[in-house]
Design a protein. Structure first.
Length: 189
């Protein structure tokens, strides 16, 4: 794999440290008045999600991590594992709850997800930025009931709960931003 110099560090770069793949979260170049310049780097372990701050001397090189981001289709959850498939080769991969994490509530069958693989093993799963889902349960909106900000909770088909405007009813299809968990708009079918 390629080697990266400290002056090539940027947010999102994936490197190997101590035998594990890490992603650069922040990189700060420091040039003190006396002494050698260095980089103060905040890195996140892709396997454990632990964040560390490391310093590298200016000009040091680090090995790039052999991780691959692939688009996979979410198939189903069997209670313990989430199953994904490559739409081109039909090869299937499984990921456990630690890998899928909080985005499980945004995964709808047949959705295309971004999966990060290291040595063929899934490290993380990213949901699409926007998902279209059906509301299965929400209270009826009472006109003039805007004391709470003009919104109400709604449960979606995957079990996720989002705040929606008062005019949205049961059975309607809405678009949700998975990064913030907020209602975006209604969707016409």
């Amino acid at each position: 794999m390629a080697n990266y110099s400290t002056n090539e560090f940027k947010s999102g770069l994936k490197i190997m440290l101590d035998g594990d793949p890490w992603a650069v979260v922040e990189n700060e170049f420091v040039k003190p008045g006396k002494g050698q310049a260095f980089n103060r780097v905040k890195v996140r372990n892709l396997r454990t999600n632990r964040v560390l701050e490391r310093t590298f001397k200016s000009g040091d090189t680090v090995e790039g991590a052999d991780v691959v981001d692939v688009e996979l289709q979410y198939l189903y959850n069997d209670g313990e594992y989430w199953h994904f498939m490559d739409p081109q080769s039909y090869e299937q991969l499984t990921a456990d709850a630690a890998v899928v994490g909080d985005i499980a509530k945004w995964l709808k069958e047949e959705a295309i997800c971004q999966v990060t693989l290291w040595n063929g093993v899934p490290l993380s799963v990213a949901a699409p930025n926007f998902v279209v889902m059906t509301i299965v349960e929400t209270d009826p909106g009472v006109r003039g009931d805007t004391s709470g900000g003009g919104g109400k909770p709604a449960t979606l088909e995957t079990g996720a709960v989002v705040r929606v405007p008062l005019f949205v009813q049961n059975g309607e299809v809405i678009k949700v931003d998975t990064r913030t968990g907020e209602y975006v708009s209604r969707v016409k079918e």
